[in-house]
Design a protein around this ligand. Structure first.
Ligand SMILES: [Mg+2]
Length: 333
C-alpha cells in the first residue's frame, strides 16, 4: 500500500513491529516523544550520523530496500567501530516520496534489523517526513566507550605500522559492475556486490583492538584509503608511506579491475566504501598484536605502510621506488 494511503501512524506501528522492542526492558524505544536509553556507568557516549541521498549515495531501483537498510546502519556502525565503541542504539529518519510503497519501507527496516541483531543494536526511534523528490536516509547511532580506550585519528607517531582489518577494493568493484555491463564470472560478481551492498562493520575487531591498548590512531575506510589516510596524517601530524606490494587488494577487485582495464591497486586505493579499519600501531608490538589478532579472528591484520616524520604521502613501489601521491578519493562536494 502507498504510504500516503496508509498514513504515518500506521506506518510507524508497522515499523515498530518489524524492528521489535529494545532488549533493555526499562528502556523506551519507538512510540513515545523521545527514546530513553541506558548508558553504562563510567562510559562515554559516542554518537555518529551519516546521511544517504538517492542519486548521490545510492541508486533506485538498483538498490534493494533491505540492502539500503542494512548499509545505512553498517556505515554508521563502522564509524563507531573506528572509535573503538560498542554500539547500542540507532535512530533512523527517512524522507519518503508519498507514492512509496509501505513494503519498501518495511523491507528497509527488515534489512537494517538483520544487521542490528548481529551486534545487539536497538533501533530506538527516528522520524518520517515527506520528500517531494529523492529518498533520503539519515541514521544516528550511539555507543559507549571508556574514555582511555577510545580510538582517535590523532595519536599516531612516525614509525608506527599502518595496518588494516581486511582487503580493499571489492565495494568499488561492485559499483563498477552496477554501472557497466561486464562479462563477469558469477562468483566474482556476487563477492563484489555483497561487499558493496552489505559491508560488514568491524565492530568486534574494533572492540578487541581498542581493548588491546596497542592502537595509537584509527579510522574506518569510507572515502578511499588514499583520502582516509590524510585524516590520520592531519590529526596525528605525520606523513605516511604505503607499500604497494603489501596493499591487500581484494581478489574480486583484481578480477573486476582487469575487466575494466584498470590497475587493481588503483581501484583498491581510490575506490572507497571498504569499511575496514586502518590503524597505526607501534612497530615493536605489531607482530605480537597481529599474531593474537589472527588467532582471535581467523583473518590477518594486514600491515600496509608506515607513518613518517616527513609530512607527505608516498607510495613505495615494487622496485623500492618512492612516488609522491596525491589523492583522488571520493569528493562529497
Ligand atoms: Mg569514518
Amino acid at each position: 500500500m502507498r504510504i500516503s494511503l496508509l498514513g504515518e501512524r500506521e506506518l510507524i506501528k508497522k515499523i515498530a513491529a518489524v524492528v521489535g522492542g529494545v532488549n533493555d526492558r526499562e528502556a523506551v524505544g519507538i512510540g513515545d516523544d523521545a527514546a530513553l536509553t541506558r548508558i553504562s556507568a563510567g562510559y562515554w557516549l559516542v554518537t555518529a550520523k551519516d546521511m544517504l541521498v538517492e542519486g548521490v549515495h545510492f541508486l533506485l531501483p538498483q538498490t534493494a530496500p533491505a540492502d539500503l537498510g542494512y548499509k545505512s546502519l553498517a556505515v554508521n556502525l563502522s564509524d563507531l567501530a573506528a572509535m573503538g565503541a560498542r554500539p547500542k542504539n540507532a535512530f533512523v529518519a527517512l524522507a519518503l516520496h508519498p507514492e512509496t510503497d509501505s513494503e519498501f519501507v518495511l523491507d528497509f527496516f527488515r534489512g537494517m534489523k538483520e544487521l542490528a541483531m548481529q551486534f545487539d543494536v536497538a533501533i530506538s526511534g527516528g522520524d518520517l517526513v515527506q520528500s517531494p523528490g529523492p529518498l533520503a536516509v539519515s541514521v544516528t547511532v550511539q555507543g559507549e566507550v571508556l574514555r582511555e580506550k577510545a580510538l582517535l585519528r590523532s595519536g599516531g607517531l612516525p614509525g608506527d605500522v599502518l595496518c588494516t582489518t581486511g582487503p580493499w577494493g571489492a565495494s568499488a568493484a561492485g559499483l563498477l559492475l552496477l554501472r557497466e555491463n561486464y562479462n563477469c564470472p558469477e562468483d566474482v560478481r556476487e563477492a563484489a556486490l555483497q561487499a558493496h551492498f552489505r559491508p560488514r562493520p568491524r565492530v568486534e575487531e574494533a572492540l578487541w583492538l581498542a581493548k588491546s591498548g596497542a592502537v595509537r590512531a584509527a579510522i574506518d575506510l569510507s572515502d578511499g584509503p588514499l583520502k582516509d589516510i590524510l585524516e590520520i596524517m592531519d590529526a596525528s601530524g605525520c606523513g605516511a608511506q604505503f607499500f604497494a606490494r603489501q596493499i591487500p587488494v581484494h581478489p574480486a577487485a583484481v578480477d573486476v579491475a582487469r575487466l575494466a582495464g584498470l590497475e587493481p591497486l588503483e581501484l583498491a586505493l581510490n575506490g572507497g566504501e571498504d569499511y575496514e579499519l586502518l590503524c597505526a600501531v607501534p612497530e615493536r608490538i605489531f607482530d605480537g598484536l597481529a599474531c593474537e589478532y589472527a588467532a582471535r579472528f581467523g583473518t590477518p591484520l594486514y600491515p600496509c605502510g608506515t607513518l613518517t616524520e616527513k609530512k607527505d604521502l608516498e607510495m613505495i613501489t615494487g622496485g623500492g621506488k618512492r612516488e609522491k601521491i596525491s589523492f583522488t578519493g571520493y569528493r562529497h562536494f
